[in-house]
Write a protein that binds this ligand. Structure first.
Ligand SMILES: Cc1cc2nc3c(=O)[nH]c(=O)nc-3n(C[C@H](O)[C@H](O)[C@H](O)COP(=O)(O)OP(=O)(O)OC[C@H]3O[C@@H](n4cnc5c(N)ncnc54)[C@H](O)[C@@H]3O)c2cc1C
Length: 410
């Protein structure tokens, strides 16, 4: 893949640049109908959806790294969530529930590896068991494409996982795991095969709106030329507030991101302690879902992520863990799992949550907003797309396409 920062068309893949330019422009070298900023799972899903639904329009995806998925989309738990924990009328619930259904269908049709192994949410006290009942009642009220229900396990069913300590277990059978890299590969391939264009090593550093031409001018680092776009989708993950701030001045305070690091632990010797996803009852303020136990498709166990607010989004080191933090994580796991010794835990990797709520903040929903109301028609901000963003990616893509092309249906 070559980089030609001063000559935008030559860094494009897929459809050739000249045939893809949609409208002529006097001020820009290159013009497209849709421009997506960010090649994580969400940007790829949005780009693929726009290209598929609008074959006569041109769609360009810009990503600053040399390939897709080099940030949060490849540093997560790879769990296909069921949409259990958030308020029922929130986008997090709605898009996760729809996304779960769409993702399983997509994985089957595109041969993306996944496994619907199910998840146990484990109560270890009467209070926690009460919380699980509340969760079950809340979940029952959600309209589900497949009528998915949570159910409590019998005592004999709970013996299937002898290392799990529990007073009650709530089973989510629609929770599973996925190969997120393969998913992104499939989305990129779909996008390119429907005429989409990708420009890697393309760092967006400026955005201007021209009311006269009703289009956006996108400036890339190291390039004198701008790209003109009729519609822009900001799917820049950890930098999505900064990208929004290139246009919105001042940036709305509720668009400002906080960074919350999540570190993962592996088990020395990879002992096969469980064969399902095991989650504790989540933390009270939903900063994270608790230090849970997941498996990847190769059967490797991992624990985490923990939660630690930081100021630097690029701080993905796992060497900064203190003895106290390791003790705390170990105790959190030992509450629901037998056979865990502190000396068997080792550091694995870390991911960074792009959170709209701060350390003491309350629940914040995904921002999926078309900014006509602020004077910027055709500009969509996706901000605070933390978990369950991987699960929700295909549903977010549907919503963005609707916001841009048939908003009355929403
Ligand atoms: C620890 C952790 C665990 C998680 N576990 C799960 C889970 O199990 N299940 C689940 O559903 N979700 C999970 N998530 C959430 C999920 O990973 C994210 O919601 C999802 O990956 C977000 O994708 P994205 O495309 O929005 O962001 P990203 O993957 O961060 O992609 C954004 C892209 O934008 C690019 N970009 C930024 N600025 C610019 C610029 N100026 N110019 C060009 N490109 C730019 C970046 O380089 C990046 O590639 C987890 C998240 C974390 C942190």
């Amino acid at each position: 893949m070559q980089q030609h920062p001063s000559c935008i068309p030559r860094i494009l893949h897929g459809r050739s640049a000249s045939s893809s330019a949609s409208s002529s422009s006097s001020s820009s070298e290159f013009a497209v109908d849709h421009l997506v900023i960010g090649g994580g799972v969400v940007g790829l899903a949005v780009a693929a959806r726009l290209a598929e639904s609008h074959p006569n329009a041109s769609t360009l995806l810009l990503e600053r790294h040399p390939q897709f998925g080099m940030e949060t989309s490849s540093r997560n738990s790879e769990v296909i969530h069921a949409g259990i924990y958030y308020p029922n009328d929130s986008l997090k619930t709605k898009l996760c529930v729809q996304g779960n259904h769409l993702l399983y269908r997509y994985c089957k049709s595109k041969n993306v590896p996944f496994s619907r192994i199910g998840k146990w949410i484990v109560a270890v006290s009467a209070d926690e068991a009460d919380y699980l009942s509340t969760l079950q009642q809340k979940f029952d009220k959600i309209k589900h494409p497949e009528q998915e229900q949570l159910r409590f396990l019998s005592a004999s069913e709970r013996e299937l996982e002898p290392n799990v300590k529990s007073t009650e277990v709530l089973l989510s059978s629609s929770t599973g795991i996925i190969d997120s890299h393969a998913l992104m590969g499939a989305l990129e391939s779909d996008f390119l095969s429907t005429g989409g264009m990708v420009a890697y090593r393309s760092n967006v550093v400026g955005i201007e709106y021209s009311r006269s031409s009703a289009s956006y001018r996108i400036q890339l680092e190291g390039s004198d030329e701008a790209i003109e776009a009729r519609c822009v989708v900001n799917a820049a993950g950890l930098s999505s507030d900064r990208i929004a701030g290139l246009l919105l001045d001042p940036l709305p305070p509720d668009y400002t991101l906080h960074y919350c690091k999540g570190r993962y632990f592996c088990l020395r010797g990879n002992q096969p302690l469980v064969s399902r996803l095991i989650y504790p009852v989540p933390e009270k303020n939903l900063v994270g879902l608790g230090v849970h136990c997941t498996l990847d498709l190769a059967g490797k166990l991992k624990f985490g992520p923990d939660t630690k607010y930081v100021t630097d989004a690029a701080n993905l080191s796992v060497d900064d863990i203190t003895e106290d933090e390791l003790d705390q994580a170990c105790r959190a796991i030992q509450r629901y799992l037998r056979g865990i010794r502190r000396e068997d835990l080792c550091m694995d990797y870390a991911g960074m949550r792009p959170k709209l709520s701060g350390p003491s903040g309350s629940f914040r929903d995904f921002v999926v907003a078309e900014e006509s109301g602020r004077g910027f028609p055709g500009f969509v901000n996706l901000i605070g797309i933390e978990s369950p963003g991987l699960t929700s990616s295909l549903a977010i893509a549907d919503r963005v396409e609707a916001l841009l092309h048939h908003p009355a249906t929403l």
